[in-house]
Design a protein around this ligand. Structure first.
Ligand SMILES: [Zn+2]
Length: 169
């Protein structure tokens, strides 16, 4: 799951520390769940391990159980990484993103655009108001075919589509 760029992006957003968060999560997924064990296995400082874990906890994608070590009578924390919650966040993010893209596509489709050589862009109404002269640089404004922009927006939308989406709710 850590190879999924969507997951990586979310972990980056949450922990701001990919160097440490990836191996820590990998470790939990492999079944080493205790913070002391994780620190030992990953050779990351215990403090850093805890910091990353609490950031994940704060974001709602990791939980822990506290128990008492019968020998040392110290608390043991076992951590769990909530993959479903991560998928929920991915889908939520994608939905928001695709909504924005759809709005942009609609805007491109509903309008005609005119642009100068420096690519200052105007809608038809603005271009007429300015007699097809760019108010920024004085160049003439020419009709701009925006089909490539629409194709690019569609491509972006498709590219970001979460792989696990179809198996979700
Ligand atoms: Zn211009």
């Amino acid at each position: 799951m850590l190879s999924d760029p969507n997951v990586q992006e979310i972990l980056m957003d949450i922990t701001d520390d990919e160097k440490h968060s990836f191996p820590i999560i990998e470790c939990i997924l492999k079944g080493k769940t205790n913070d002391l064990e994780i620190a030992e296995e990953t050779e990351i400082k215990l403090n850093t391990v805890r910091k990353v874990l609490y950031k994940l906890y704060d974001a709602g994608i990791a939980t822990y159980k506290k128990s008492n070590d019968p020998e040392t009578h110290k608390f043991i924390y076992s951590w769990k990484f909530d993959q479903d919650k991560v998928n929920d966040i991915i889908i939520e993010k994608y939905d928001k993103f695709s909504e924005e893209i759809d709005k942009s596509i609609e805007y491109e489709e509903e309008n005609m655009f005119f642009a100068c050589n420096s690519n200052h862009r105007y809608k038809f109404e603005e271009a007429t108001e300015n007699n097809f002269t760019c108010p920024k640089c004085g160049d003439s404004l020419e009709f701009q075919d925006n089909s490539a922009i629409i194709t690019e927006l569609l491509r972006k939308k498709d590219e970001r589509m979460p792989l696990k989406r179809s198996t979700g709710k």
